[in-house]
Design a protein around this ligand. Structure first.
Ligand SMILES: *Cc1c(COP(=O)(O)O)cnc(C)c1O
Length: 498
C-alpha cells in the first residue's frame, strides 16, 4: 500500500481531502486553497530521469502528488494531454541563447504556457469525478479577459463527459483573442460575448456558481458546474513536471554536472508557475535561486524587498497583459507554508488583504524567503531586451519572457552570480504578441497589419508560423452568441437545453 497524500485548506486546519477531491472542488469551503500536507521526495536517480520522455517524467512527478489515482488512470490522463496537440515531441524544449536556457512552454494548442496545465486538467477532472462517483456531466464555466478562455476551450474541446462555456467581454479582448475563441471547434464548447467588462463577466460566473436554485435545476438535468481556475491543484501539479524535465535534460546533455544547482527565472502573475518551481525544489531538484520577475505591476517585487504585500496602487496596462495582476492568488500557498503551515495565521493575513488591501509578514517568515529573488522590468526595458537578444543571437522572445530575461540581467548585476546555469521560463510564443514584439525590434513595422507582422516575424526569426495562428487566419466563426450580463444564466440553460 502506498501512502495517501492528504491535501489541507490554507485557511482551515480541519478541512482535509484527497487529491481527486481537491481537483473536483477547486477551492476549499472557507475560500482557502488546497495544499499537499507534505511535498513528496523525487527519489528517482537523475541518470534515469535524464532518459525519460516528457510523459514518463510527468508520471514520475504526478504519481507522487495524486496518490489516489491509479497508474492506469494517470497514464491515460498524461498520454491524452501531451500528444500531437503539441508541435514538438519534446513538449517543452530548451533553447540556449546568450548564455541562458529558455524553457519553451508554448508548444501547445494556444501557444502559451497555460496549455501545459489546461491540456491535462480536463482528464484529471473527469477521472476525479468518476473516482468520487459523480454521476453528472461536468460543465466548466469560465470568465476570461482573453488567454485563459482559449486555453480552457482548447483543453476541454471534445473531452467526453464535459461541456465548457466561456464568457468574454464583447468589446474587451483583442481581435486575435476574440477570433481564437469564436472559431473554437468541438461540439461541447460554447463561447459568449457579453455586453459588459471582464469584472462583470467574472461576477456573473461567480453568481451562477453560488446559485442554489440553478444548481438544483442542473442536477435534475444531469449536470454540475466546475471551474478551471488557476488555483486548482490540478493545474499546479502538472506545472512541476517541466522544471524536473528541464533539469534532467540539462544533466543528460552534459550542460550540468551531477547535483549542480541551477537558477530558475519565472515571469510571474498569479504566482502559479514559480510556485511549481518551488515545489520542484522541495522534491529535491537542485534549484538555487527562484527568481520572480514582475512587469510594472510590481507588487511581488515590493513584497520580496519589504515583507509587505500591498495591492493599493494603480493598475498598469502593459505589453505583458497575462502578468497584469495585483492579487497573486497562489502566493497564499507560500504564505501558509512560511507561517509554519498554520491555517489560522494565514487566514488572518488573507482577511487583512481583503479588508485593507495589504498585509505584512513577520521577520521569521521573511527569513524563509531567502531562496527567492524578486525584481521587475519596465516597459521600455522589456522592448530593449527583445531587441538586444534578437540582434545578438537571432532568437525572438515574447514580452512576458522578456520581462524574465530583463530581471535575470538585473539579478546578475545585483548579486554577481553570473556562473550558475539559469533556466528562463518562456511562457508565450512571440507570435501571440506579434505587434509588441515586432515594434520592439524595429518601429518600421508599425504600419503593417497583424497578419503581415506574423509573416514578417516568421521570416526574421526563421521560425514557421505556428499552427494556432495559421488556423485562425481563415477559420470560420462558429460562435456568435452575445448577451446582456443578467441573461447569462438563461444562456447557460439554453445551451444545456434545460
Ligand atoms: C499566465 C501567464 C503568466 C503568469 O503565470 P502565473 O502562473 O500566473 O504566475 C506569464 N506569462 C504568460 C504568457 C501567461 O499566460
Amino acid at each position: 500500500m502506498k501512502m495517501e497524500l492528504v491535501y489541507a485548506s490554507t485557511r482551515d486546519a480541519q478541512e482535509r481531502v484527497t487529491a481527486s477531491q481537491a481537483i473536483l472542488r477547486g477551492l476549499a469551503n472557507d475560500g482557502g486553497l488546497f495544499v499537499p500536507t507534505q511535498i513528496p521526495a523525487l527519489d528517482v536517480p537523475m541518470e534515469e530521469l535524464g532518459k525519460m520522455s516528457y510523459q514518463e517524467t510527468a508520471y514520475e512527478v504526478m504519481k507522487r502528488f495524486l496518490t489516489d489515482f491509479t497508474e492506469e488512470e494517470l497514464k491515460h490522463c498524461i498520454n491524452s494531454a501531451y500528444d500531437s496537440k503539441f508541435d514538438t515531441e519534446e513538449i517543452a524544449p530548451l533553447v540556449e541563447a546568450d548564455g541562458a536556457y529558455y524553457l519553451e512552454l508554448f508548444h501547445g494548442s494556444t501557444i502559451a504556457f497555460k496549455d501545459m496545465a489546461l491540456s491535462i486538467l480536463p482528464y484529471l477532472l473527469t477521472t476525479a469525478a468518476k473516482k468520487n462517483h459523480v454521476k453528472n456531466e461536468i460543465v466548466i464555466l469560465t470568465a476570461t479577459s482573453g488567454d485563459t478562455g482559449k486555453a480552457a476551450l482548447a483543453g476541454f474541446s471534445d473531452v467526453p463527459g464535459t461541456k465548457i462555456i466561456v464568457f468574454y467581454p464583447k468589446n474587451g479582448v483583442s481581435p486575435i483573442q476574440e477570433k481564437q475563441m469564436v472559431t473554437q471547434k468541438g461540439d461541447n464548447t460554447f463561447v459568449v460575448g457579453i455586453h459588459g467588462n471582464f469584472d462583470q463577466a467574472q461576477t456573473g460566473v461567480k453568481k451562477m456558481f453560488s446559485d442554489a436554485a440553478l444548481a438544483k435545476e442542473m442536477d435534475a438535468a444531469g449536470y454540475q458546474f466546475s471551474s478551471a481556475n488557476s488555483i486548482n491543484i490540478g493545474r499546479l501539479v502538472p506545472q512541476i513536471v517541466y522544471y524536473v524535465y528541464a533539469y534532467a535534460k540539462l544533466y543528460a546533455n552534459g550542460v550540468i554536472a551531477k547535483d549542480e544547482p541551477v537558477n530558475v527565472v519565472v515571469p510571474t502573475g498569479n504566482f502559479g508557475n514559480i510556485l511549481a518551481a518551488f515545489y520542484a525544489k522541495n522534491m529535491g531538484i537542485p534549484i538555487a535561486k527562484l527568481i520572480c520577475a514582475s512587469n510594472e505591476n510590481k507588487v511581488l517585487y515590493d513584497f520580496f524587498s519589504t515583507g509587505t504585500y500591498d495591492k493599493n496602487r494603480e493598475f498598469m496596462l502593459t505589453s505583458s497583459p497575462s502578468m497584469d495582476i495585483l492579487i497573486s492568488s497562489n502566493l497564499e500557498r507560500l504564505i501558509y507554508r512560511i507561517a509554519g503551515n498554520d491555517a489560522e495565521k494565514n487566514a488572518a493575513l488573507m482577511r487583512e488583504l481583503t479588508t485593507t488591501g495589504k498585509y505584512e509578514i513577520t521577520p521569521e517568515m521573511r527569513a524563509q524567503l531567502k531562496d527567492f529573488y524578486g525584481n521587475y522590468t519596465s516597459e521600455a526595458e522589456t522592448a530593449e531586451v527583445i531587441r538586444a537578444l534578437y540582434e545578438k543571437t537571432g532568437y525572438v522572445i515574447d514580452t512576458h519572457t522578456a520581462v524574465a530575461a530583463g530581471v535575470y540581467g538585473k539579478y546578475k548585476k545585483d548579486t554577481g552570480d553570473v556562473d550558475t546555469k539559469t533556466v528562463i521560463a518562456s511562457t508565450a510564443s512571440p507570435f501571440k504578441f506579434t505587434r509588441s514584439v515586432m515594434d520592439a525590434i524595429d518601429h518600421k513595422y508599425d504600419s503593417m497589419s497583424d497578419f503581415e507582422l506574423v509573416d514578417e516575424l516568421s521570416r526574421i526569426a526563421n521560425v514557421a508560423v505556428p499552427q494556432a495562428i495559421e488556423e485562425i487566419r481563415n477559420a470560420k466563426v462558429l460562435h456568435d452568441t452575445v448577451c446582456e450580463v443578467d441573461e447569462m444564466p438563461q444562456v447557460v440553460k439554453n445551451f444545456l437545453k434545460i
